[in-house]
Design a protein around this ligand. Structure first.
Ligand SMILES: [Fe+2]
Ligand SMILES: [Fe+2]
Length: 640
């Protein structure tokens, strides 16, 4: 029973769902939002010289532009962020072609316009966008991202991109590249430069907040609705956003609350290259939303068309499904002093036939490379902020666990024929789930050849999938978040593989530490991750997890808890949906006498959804509610 309660406790965390609203659409104002184009002009043209690939001493592999390139022959031109840099020009051209066809008259790009941020690349990008404006009769508005003001100053950025927002600006911040511009209807863009004065930093100072506040006041007095746009994020979208250091602005001056106060209901941003919408309920009860859009040059190659109307704001996700590959065979790189084609013929055939599939493959290969690098012991210690001097015990434990982690991440998930060298692990009694001891009390060791074998030795289940190792599984988790992909269910093989393989991996890592060290580790992790990352861990669950290091069930619970933010994104339509959804409208400016307007208009009642998925969600909602009640009674407090 205790086990069932714990499992259901986890499920309550995963299914905290609220109702989705839908509104009748009308067509007051449409805007195309794209971000993180990373137009890599130097790579595309070779800029007179051919970029040299450098060997990275850490990985012993080639570097392009400080990112570790992949080892895959047909994707060796892809950096470890999974972005399509050589292809970024073709992607931009196709985006502009689609934007020209769209009914929207306004196009907004929220930073990382070019990849290197050089003078030449910026000039070329600005020229492309200016030509688009002339040809299409539409208006483009840009702000800088961290890549754009790395090599050039903000003033130079404003000069280069002058006709792309600054020329039409109503107000400009002299201390930054921020400005406002009216775009039709009662809507005004509040284009906020979120990059720091120095390269790399991006925290707002009081002066920038004061400038924003003055614009809020001005908009209010002129009865304009402000649509905020910035490169970095206003809200935390994802429990693991901390992996993008500094992605979220330091909100010590209360920008979120300011936006809620002045009904700056929507903020559009980029930088994390993820497709995600998040809402924030301010202390005055108002709800504001932040809409992050994926990088234009990385899978799923998406941008948004947003319709602002009095009845609601509706989002539709569009994507680049094919590009003109005609220049792909001209791009060169220098490897070991030898000129080499950047994109192979085989890759071009793939890109021509199925560009989205090509982008997805590039993304998976790139991110796998990145995870392999990030999940090294030294990097993990850096993220968890542990150093030997301050915390010798935890540091030593992480060293032991980290070494095992590096091993199991690349161990085959399946190897029935035992083709690879096995690893020695303690033998587990399948009946009791406990490690078998010899006469002297030492663990009996046995060889295991795959993660599947380790999982099954604990009575776990690893159904056959095409994933080769745990890194592939982690990439799947991350990719689902980034692409706004939803719909993976508890019935899926992927779900079983994710939870069971990770729990097996945790068991494997924990073979290296004692019961005592395990206790310290769980306590450290719980303290480190809650409440900032994961929220408060219910006391019962903590006691259960801390109950024993050999417990596979406990580790399943712990892994579920740890990755619940990923899984929540994967198994449910998160509210709001990250791709196509209609959300609340801006408050109407009352005239002449203010009627009592609700924050959001009354939603039209949704049609009854009888799908299996809807029933599944409703079922877990009921369970979640029941267990919330039980926990409240048991502990006399609110837990969730
Ligand atoms: Fe970016
Ligand atoms: Fe960025």
């Amino acid at each position: 029973m205790k086990k069932i309660i714990s499992v259901l406790l986890i499920l309550t965390m995963l299914f905290s769902m609220t109702g989705m609203m839908s509104f009748a659409a009308d067509d007051s104002l449409s805007v195309v939002f794209a971000t993180d184009v990373h137009y890599a002009w130097e790579k595309i043209t070779n800029n007179g010289t051919i970029p040299e690939l450098q060997i990275n001493p850490k990985t012993n592999d080639y570097d392009i532009n400080e990112a570790y390139i992949t080892g895959d022959t047909n994707f060796s031109h892809v950096p470890a962020t999974g972005q399509l840099l050589f292809e970024s020009g073709a992607i931009l051209d196709e985006f502009l072609r689609q934007a020209e066809e769209d009914d929207a008259k306004v196009v907004v790009i929220s930073g990382d316009l070019t990849d290197t941020g050089s003078e030449e690349a910026s000039l070329k990008m600005a020229q492309k966008l200016a030509e688009f404006e002339v040809a299409s009769g539409k208006s483009v508005y840009v702000i800088p991202g961290n890549h754009d003001v790395f090599k050039i100053s903000k003033d130079r950025f404003k000069e280069i991109y002058h006709v792309l927002g600054y020329a039409e600006a109503l107000a400009q911040d002299t201390a930054s590249a921020s400005y406002t511009a009216d775009i039709g209807g009662d809507y005004r863009l509040l284009m906020i430069d979120s990059t720091g004065a120095a390269s790399g930093g991006h925290q707002f100072d009081e002066a920038r907040i004061n400038w924003i506040k003055a614009q809020c006041e001005k908009a209010k007095s002129e009865k304009k609705h402000l649509i905020a746009v910035m490169h970095h994020n206003l809200l935390q979208h994802f429990a693991f956003d901390f992996i993008h250091e500094g992605a979220i602005i330091d909100d010590k001056y209360g920008l979120k609350e300011l936006f809620a106060e002045y009904d700056v209901k929507y903020t559009f941003s980029g930088h994390t290259h993820a497709q995600d919408i998040m809402q924030y309920e301010a202390s005055n009860g108002n709800i504001i939303y932040e809409v992050v859009t994926g990088a234009l040059n990385a899978y799923p190659l998406s941008y948004r068309v947003v319709n602002f109307a009095e009845s609601g704001v509706s989002f539709s996700t569009k994507s680049i499904n094919s590009v003109n590959t005609s220049g792909f065979d001209k791009m060169m790189v220098k490897v070991d002093n030898v000129d080499k084609r950047a994109i192979t013929d085989e890759a071009i055939i793939h890109a021509k036939a199925d560009f989205k599939g090509y982008a997805q493959k590039a993304y998976r290969i790139g991110i796998k490379e990145l995870f392999g690098e990030k999940l090294r012991t030294a990097t993990l210690k850096e993220y968890l902020n542990i150093n030997y001097k301050d915390d010798q015990t935890v540091s030593r434990i992480i060293d032991k666990i980290g070494a095992k982690l590096e091993e199991i991440l690349v161990m085959p998930l399946y190897d029935k024929d035992k083709t690879k060298v096995g690893v020695m692990v303690p033998l587990v009694d399948p009946e009791t789930g406990k490690v078998v001891l010899d006469d002297e009390g030492n663990a009996v060791m046995t060889a295991r050849y795959s993660v599947q074998e380790i999982t099954e030795s604990y009575g776990g289940l690893l159904p056959p999938t095409h994933y080769k190792n745990l890194l592939d599984v982690l990439v799947l988790l991350y990719e689902t978040h980034v692409s706004g992909g939803e719909g993976l269910t508890y019935y899926s093989d992927e779900y079983f593989v994710i939870i069971h393989a990770l729990a097996a991996a945790l068991n494997y890592c924990l073979f290296s530490v004692s019961e005592y060290e395990y206790g310290i580790m769980i306590k450290f992790m719980a303290n480190k991750l809650e409440p900032t990352v994961l929220g408060k861990l219910p006391a019962e669950m903590y006691a259960y997890i801390a109950g024993g290091k050999q417990g596979f069930e406990q580790n399943i619970i712990f892994m579920t808890y740890l990755i619940s933010p990923f899984v929540k994104n994967m198994v449910s339509d998160t509210i709001p949906s990250d791709r196509d959804v209609t959300l609340g409208a801006y408050k109407a400016y009352a005239e002449p006498t203010p009627p009592a307007e609700p924050d959001d208009p009354t939603p039209t009642p949704p049609a009854e959804d009888n799908s299996l998925r809807a029933k599944f969600v409703a079922f877990f909602d009921k369970i979640a509610e029941f267990f919330r009640m039980v926990i409240r009674v048991l502990t006399f407090q609110e837990i969730f």
